[in-house]
Design a protein around this ligand. Sequence first.
Ligand SMILES: C[S@@+](CC[C@H](N)C(=O)[O-])C[C@H]1O[C@@H](n2cnc3c(N)ncnc32)[C@H](O)[C@@H]1O
Length: 304
Amino acid sequence: MRQVEAYSRLAGVYDEIVIDPCHDRWASFLHELWSTDPEGVRSVLDLCCGTGLLAGELIARGYRVAGVDAADAMLALARERLGPEVALSRMTLPDLAVEGVFDAAVCTFDGLNYLAPDELRLTMAAVALRLRPAGWLVFDLHTDAMMDFTISNPNVAGTSAGNDFVISSIVDPGARTCDTRIELTRPRDGDPFSEQHRQYFHTDADVRASLHDAGFAVTAVGEEYTHQPADASTLRATWTLSSRPSATRSSSNPSPHDGDPPSGATMPGLLRAVARTVVVAGTATAQWARQWPVEDLWAARLTR
Ligand SMILES: C[S@@+](CC[C@H](N)C(=O)[O-])C[C@H]1O[C@@H](n2cnc3c(N)ncnc32)[C@H](O)[C@@H]1O
């Protein structure tokens, strides 16, 4: 089976496997959160935007969104979803060469788990420079409970929209890494392929130190895009933060709402299919079919 770069061929089936409408729910949570801001939130920077699932939901709610992602194939699908007006740029964090200043930044579906701890620290510092004073940063991260869960459930097989896949994860608890092999053993289109992904289970202390150093104040750590506080059973924790005025480039920036980086090139479109059903097999059980850790994009959202 041919091994390809992470999020290259996988991009074509990403939306088919993220079948639960979680981004709609997550965007509603953000919208409610930001509605409390007296300054108002209009511009949002979507870090690791992927195929633009969250950006699309935010744009539908009236936000001006700019997205960055490291994978061309994911950005191509985002471009197709969001249209030519939306600013999308290929960037590999911690490099964040976007122009302008944003009211808020987000990173959903464990995008920040792809960063090594030192990259996370640099990314937080870079994001702080792109936010207006008292701007928002909201992201989710895998927790220790997710690490334990993945260790206990390393192999998953499933079918989605005619794609058969197998996902195998190897966790090194000492290094807090998770190496995941995603195999499309029988893709609906094209030849079988596999991708190798590495993620990191950041420690709470590392995250807090990175945020503190970047000048962020942690407002809440909640259960996946809800107001319920995270606890020891939380698999995906949502961090909500505010940038402190001293950490931001308030004086040298243009206006608080002009956060549109230059538009990226329009990529050839890829058809986005809609997933209908995922059948969980292998070691998966009905109990955790709704909170499946492996590569959370598959994980958390399986139909039963
Ligand atoms: C699980 S997907 C999440 C996509 C999107 N945020 C969502 O909610 O569907 C992770 C994304 O992070 C991107 N990514 C991984 N490492 C990155 C990095 N260092 N810089 C920018 N993007 C990165 C991948 O290309 C992929 O699109």
